[in-house]
Design a protein around this ligand. Structure first.
Ligand code: GLU
Length: 493
């Protein structure tokens, strides 16, 4: 095993056009591990497999890393720019007889494989090209038959100690002579990954457990190239609530979608850190509470200090959106008010709740709405559902609440409240409160007889921020219009 002292880890995304939350977790664990050991975190883009890997696809990853606060790394390095290096090693493997050319037609092999599987038999490439004579090869070359390069898998047991899963052992009999260079001349993932991990001095390979099957192949390549073997730590898979691998079927899987839904990057980091990892004391709250102005942000320093691979649990993690929402709410709630107001603005604009000009003009009103909603939002985007009534008349009514509070009695009560509301001047919280409470009392009404219908008529919901503050921010005329509209509708029906 590698005995270098500096910790060097890497995150090696294949640019797929989106940044999966599972990849974000892998990046985070690598980053925390590097930070814990004062080592280096390297970003390497594995783009040899992609037909056309656009800049945009790579930007998605870079922006995702930046959003999560993992902005310091070495690289990015692009495998597509390092092809010559991989070819050098492929050449050496060919020269030393550790690899050989294969002229077999991939489609024919595929058919053979499928037929064997249909017969419930195993299938492995039968090395037919290994025994080709020089003359045969020359003939094929002259006919321009495309040729790939296969690694000649030596017969041995491959055993390594995974930091998370413990000892993993595999007989190389089960591994076919895998391709290390495709017929189009491009090196394959396993070869490029090993060359890079060696060349970049990677001390620990920390990646998803879906790569466990690649590791024995890679160890054989390390040995064939005479490279020191790094440590391996495979991270358990992330599953959906139905315990199948997290995929689009389960809802949002890309980091961007969570950002767009108004999850805070700090809550996201805290949540991702706990997917198959837990600190020694099981305290899952990593909010930075060192100074009041830090509230609502994640304490990356403490996370990195406490993060060890030994505490990564073998069990697969379930991606629980309800827990993530709960955590996000804690972070939103604690956030510095000015910061919250800034972060919420794009969502206000996106949903057409206020324009940029109105945000400036009605700044005080915006601040007051923010103060009411900040403790109640699970996501920033939730402002549109939970607080649309502050801004727009086209909010949804909770139909069950509406039914409950539009009976003859409540309609009569609301009718009597109309002129009272009309007469509140100025329409300020204390005035509203005193006037409505004393009116209700003078008319022998219990508070609950009028307060619930009043909320439902004016906001469409039966729960929300303190009602008198809410009414003030909706504005007198709007409150009256909404009550009148409801009375008219219900009396007509
Ligand atoms: N490019 C691989 C992936 O995106 C990463 C492989 C590795 O970390 O070795 O899954």
């Amino acid at each position: 095993m590698n005995n270098q002292s500096e910790v060097r880890v890497r995150m090696a995304p294949s640019p797929t056009g989106f940044f999966h939350v599972g990849s974000a977790r892998t990046a985070l664990f690598n980053w925390l591990f590097a930070k814990h050991h004062k080592g280096k975190f390297i970003l390497r883009v594995e783009d040899t497999d992609v037909e056309r890997s656009s800049e945009e696809m790579i930007d998605v990853v870079l922006q995702g890393m930046e959003w999560l606060g993992m902005d310091r790394y070495e690289g990015p390095y692009f495998q597509s720019k390092r092809i010559d290096l991989y070819k050098e090693y492929i050449k050496k493997l060919l020269e030393t007889g550790k690899a050989y050319y294969c002229y077999c037609d991939p489609q024919t092999l595929d058919k053979e494989r499928k037929a064997a599987y249909a017969r419930k038999e195993d299938w492995k490439y039968n090395r037919r090209c290994l025994s080709l004579s020089d003359a045969d090869k020359e003939k094929k070359d002259q006919s321009n038959i495309p040729k790939a390069v296969r690694f000649l898998v030596p017969e041995q047991r491959v055993t390594y100690k995974d930091i998370v899963y413990g000892e993993i052992s595999r007989d190389s009999k089960d591994i076919e002579d895998f391709i290390i260079q495709r017929a189009n001349g491009m090196p394959t993932y396993n070869l490029a990954c090993v060359v890079d991990d060696h060349d970049m001095g990677i001390s620990h390979v920390i990646r998803g457990a879906d790569h466990i099957t690649n590791t024995p192949k890679q160890i054989l390549l390390y040995e064939a190239c005479d490279f020191a073997i790094p440590e391996f730590a495979h991270l358990p898979l992330i599953l959906g609530p139905d315990k199948s691998k997290l995929s689009k079927r389960h809802g949002a899987v890309s980091l961007d979608e969570y950002k767009e839904k108004g999850f805070l990057s700090d809550a996201m980091v805290n949540y991702l850190a706990l997917l198959s990892w837990s600190p020694g004391d099981d305290n899952e709250d990593f909010m930075d509470r060192k100074k009041p102005e830090n509230l609502g942000t994640v304490d990356m320093v403490r996370l990195a200090k406490e993060f060890t691979l030994e505490r990564v649990n073998k069990a697969n993690a379930i991606f629980d959106v309800t827990k993530l929402e709960w955590m996000n709410q804690q972070y939103i709630h604690q956030l510095n008010h000015d910061k919250f107001q800034e972060l919420l603005k794009p969502f206000i604009i996106k949903h057409g709740l206020m324009t940029e000009e109105i945000l400036i003009r009605d700044h005080q009103r915006y601040v007051e709405i923010c103060n009411l909603m900040q403790p109640r939002l699970k996501t920033l985007d939730g402002i549109n559902n939970q607080g649309r009534y502050f801004f727009k008349d086209d909010f949804d009514y909770d139909q069950t609440a509406l039914q409950k509070f539009t009976n003859r009695e409540t309609l009569t009560i609301m009718k009597t409240f109309l002129p009272v509301i009309q007469d509140i001047n100025p329409f300020e919280v204390v005035n509203i409160e005193i006037t409505l409470l004393s009116f209700g009392k003078d008319h022998g009404l219990k508070v609950k007889q009028w307060i619930h219908p009043l909320r439902v008529f004016t906001t469409g919901t039966k729960a929300g921020p303190p009602l008198f503050d809410t009414l003030k921010l909706i504005g007198k005329q709007k409150c009256i219009n909404r009550i009148e509209k409801m009375l008219k509708q219900k009396q007509e029906s």
